[in-house]
Design a protein around this ligand. Structure first.
Ligand SMILES: [Zn+2]
Length: 278
């Protein structure tokens, strides 16, 4: 049996989450002395709109974990942006952010303005290149359009993160050639999400990252080790399920958890760690 991270002292790294979320904060009680909680080295906390960038800038961190900050406009939030959003984004990113996120394209949400999503995405990719920061990219049912954008526009030299990747293996290979990294959570344990598990298996280990997207993308109840319910009764993704994600991804990949944990830390530092040490 492999040594579990946390028990062996290996820290875990969450490549994408939203820990400032208003549903999560009132119900999340994180006491580092509580047994069973994993040791988390760092979280990359992503924004969705200028409305939440201030919350991220002020977020104090969770336990021993280092809060690393990403600011960006999510494709669901492109239609009510203030005129100076790019200027604000520049200012927030310039204060030690490690990523531009969460940005992307989404052809699932209705109603939507696809050309506006694309325009806001491309403008943020230009900013990411200018500042030398990797973007954290959301994509749902829009992989063709995203490939077009990545082929026609600038992509940061250090690469980009396809967060919560749910595309085909063919798309995965195209993204790899463009410098893509891929992050996965235990959401892929849902029986109908075989494509996610196939993508994990196809992803080279040096481009693999792990995330929770907490409090969203809740894994199935039978794999949850840290069940969490919001004040309004919805199931939330507990940030400690990062441990579950490491365990599931290791299983899908046929690796030992501690071997995976070492590789993930290396990948995480390569993608996000060029600005500062953590
Ligand atoms: Zn997200």
């Amino acid at each position: 049996m492999s040594v579990e991270p946390g028990d062996s002292g290996l820290p875990l790294f969450d490549a994408h989450c939203h820990l400032y979320d208003a549903n999560l904060l009132p119900v999340l009680d994180w006491d580092s002395n509580q047994s069973g909680l994993p040791l988390i080295g760092a979280h990359v906390i992503n924004g969705t709109h200028p409305d939440d960038w201030g919350l991220i800038a002020d977020y104090p961190g969770l336990g021993e974990s280092r809060p690393l900050r990403a600011f960006g406009v999510h494709p669901w939030r492109v239609d009510d942006l203030p005129d100076n959003w790019e200027q604000q984004l520049h200012q927030y990113l310039s204060k030690g952010a490690v990523s531009v996120g969460e940005i992307g394209l989404d052809n699932w949400i209705t109603p939507r303005d696809e050309s506006l999503q694309r325009e806001v995405f491309m403008r943020q990719m230009v900013i990411a290149v200018e500042l030398g920061l990797p973007p954290s990219i959301h994509c749902v049912r829009a992989y063709g359009a995203l490939l077009d954008c990545l082929r026609s526009g600038p992509v940061p030299k250090g690469g980009f993160l396809a967060h919560g990747f749910g595309g085909s293996k063919e798309v995965l290979f195209e993204f790899l050639d463009m410098g893509g990294y891929f992050s996965f959570s235990s959401y892929g344990s849902h029986p109908g999400r075989k494509r996610i598990r196939d993508a994990v298996r196809a992803c080279p280990v040096d481009r693999l990252l792990i995330e929770t997207d907490a409090p969203d993308m809740v894994p199935p109840e039978d794999v949850c080790q840290f069940p969490l319910i919001s004040q309004s009764g919805e199931r939330l993704h507990h940030p400690a399920e990062l441990l579950t994600a490491y365990q599931r991804v290791a299983e899908w990949k046929g690796m030992k958890v501690d071997e995976l944990a070492q590789q993930i830390e290396e990948n995480f530092r390569r993608l996000f760690g060029h600005l500062e040490s953590f």
